[in-house]
Design a protein around this ligand. Structure first.
Ligand SMILES: Cc1cc2nc3c(=O)[nH]c(=O)nc-3n(C[C@H](O)[C@H](O)[C@H](O)COP(=O)(O)OP(=O)(O)OC[C@H]3O[C@@H](n4cnc5c(N)ncnc54)[C@H](O)[C@@H]3O)c2cc1C
Length: 461
């Protein structure tokens, strides 16, 4: 049991309401898996917390036994930071309860909920908070890094709607944080990425959305990528905040609305979501259908929750993944050259390059209004290397790194902390940007011994 005294573990088991899972226990192998199959770590124990008190008990247990501590929300982080070798995993995946006050447009959700859990709760009232594009992602990790998705151009980053958070600190205290309660800690949580404690409950301001939205995909051949990208750039310069259009370059999956003969061929797709009245969105999206020779489209009015799950099949857990990412404040011609060259040499049918359009409301707060600093970012690019066979690791990782280098001259220099892989320690300061020093000061106050270190780590000042 990795030097852990059996009696201490028995005492922990007796004191928590949730399950304590040890190596060899049924369920251990599943409990140590995360979304990215390249991560293969073996914790000494996993505590499936049921309550905030369980989290406090687990944090104290880690300190008392000198254990490395990892915190698991949705387990999606590409760097595998939800899990550790030989230490303790504070697993919040059973703490998913949400409650909505529709009249006040406020919603609270526990720290282990997925986007699907919270979207279902908020949409029951025609409300939503901006969250990401894959419904099995954890609300916690996404929010703590900033968080963006289809609604962000209209309503801002996820953190811009955060009203308060309940946190278990390294000292084992349970603090309520907000603009008026421990404001420095609340500031740090909004972009500081898991460095400051275990968030057991988030409270968000909610916005009226849907419940049906105009959304879908418009697909063109990769051979027309340059024209499509140029028109896309012009279009997004004038697009209203209600409309988000993202670009994806990859091999065409066998989608029913695409002719069979193009399946597996290079494509450039526009993915769109209009967050306002669908009738008003219809004429606005019309130009997107005229960017080139249409291969097919699947656009319509559908439940927002269905659109939030539309990409789940392409992003299912269990594949091997490696990411590289840049922020952009503009899309330059030289970038398009690199994008097109690398989209023509995709090393696997699952690899893709995507541009998420943020901008709009995400750019309006001051860069120091919360820990998330990248208010200049209008596009977040993710080079998504994805494959199945470990024998392809070097080839797929090499492709992602080469494209990352080729596109770097056109990037803003900032990077979204939630898209960093485990080998990008040299980019941590770029991820926290101008706010790094203040974050390091707050880290010294709340976590002087760096208990929360399995993340894109901020060293205590
Ligand atoms: C397929 C896919 C699609 C994505 N799409 C988007 C997107 O559209 N928009 C976007 O913004 N991001 C997106 N992301 C990135 C996502 O935001 C990050 O991977 C995020 O870290 C996931 O959070 P999690 O809770 O699932 O992850 P975990 O791996 O569980 O945790 C991530 C980090 O947060 C910490 N953490 C988790 N829960 C807590 C908690 N309760 N308290 C304190 N710390 C905690 C962990 O210790 C870890 O360091 C996507 C990721 C994937 C894999």
């Amino acid at each position: 049991m990795n030097n852990l005294h059996a009696a201490k573990v028995e005492a922990l088991k007796a004191s928590v309401q949730g399950a304590v899972i040890l190596p060899g226990d049924e369920g251990y192998e599943n409990a140590r898996k995360v979304w990215n199959a390249t991560i293969d770590k073996h914790p000494a124990l996993i505590v499936r917390c049921a309550t905030t008190a369980d989290v406090v008990g687990s944090v104290n247990f880690a300190k008392d036994n000198g254990l490395v501590l990892a915190v698991r929300g949705g387990g999606h982080n590409i760097a595998g930071s939800a899990i550790c070798d030989d230490g303790i995993v504070v697993d919040l995946s059973q703490m998913k309860a949400a409650s909505i006050d529709a009249g006040a447009r406020r919603g609270t959700v526990e720290g282990g909920a997925t986007l699907a859990d919270f979207d279902a709760a908020t949409q029951a009232h025609g409300l939503a908070v901006p969250l990401g594009i894959n419904s099995t992602t954890g609300v916690a990790g996404l929010t703590l890094g900033g968080g963006f998705g289809w609604l962000s151009r209209k309503f801002g980053m996820t953190i811009d709607s955060l009203e308060s958070a309940e946190v278990v600190t390294a000292a084992g205290d349970v603090l309520r944080t907000s603009a008026s309660e421990h404001p420095d800690l609340f500031w740090a949580l909004r972009g500081g990425s898991g460095n400051f404690g275990v968030v057991t409950r988030f409270e968000f301001r909610l916005h009226p959305v849907g419940p049906e939205v105009l959304s879908g995909l418009i697909v063109y051949p990769l051979s027309e990528a340059r024209t499509v990208l140029e028109r896309y750039r012009d279009f997004m310069d004038k697009a209203p905040d209600d409309l988000a259009v993202w670009v994806v370059l990859r091999k065409a999956p066998p989608l029913p609305f695409l002719p069979e003969k193009v399946h597996g061929q290079g494509m450039i797709a526009l993915a769109l979501c209009y967050a306002g009245d669908p009738a008003q969105g219809q004429p606005l999206i019309e130009p997107l259908r005229k960017f080139g020779t249409l291969w097919g489209e699947h656009v319509g009015v559908q439940p927002y929750t269905a659109w939030q799950q539309a990409f789940d099949p392409l992003l299912a857990p269990g594949a091997r993944n490696y990411w590289k990412s840049h922020n952009f404040s503009s899309l330059q011609d030289g970038l398009f050259d690199a994008v097109i060259a690398f989209a023509q040499t995709l090393p696997s049918p699952q690899c893709e390059i995507f541009f998420g359009a943020i901008g709009g409301a995400t750019t309006r707060p001051a860069p120091d209004s919360a820990a998330y600093a990248h208010r200049d970012a209008r596009f977040v690019m993710n080079v998504h290397g994805r494959w199945s066979d470990p024998a392809d690791d070097n080839r797929c990782i090499g492709w992602a790194r080469d494209f990352f280098k080729a596109s770097a001259p056109f990037a803003s220099g900032g990077v979204y902390v939630n898209f960093l892989t485990a080998d990008e320690g040299d980019r941590v300061k770029a991820a926290y940007g101008q706010n790094y020093e203040r974050l390091a000061q707050i880290k010294r106050q709340y976590d002087p011994n760096n208990l929360f270190c399995t993340n894109q780590n901020i060293k205590p000042a």
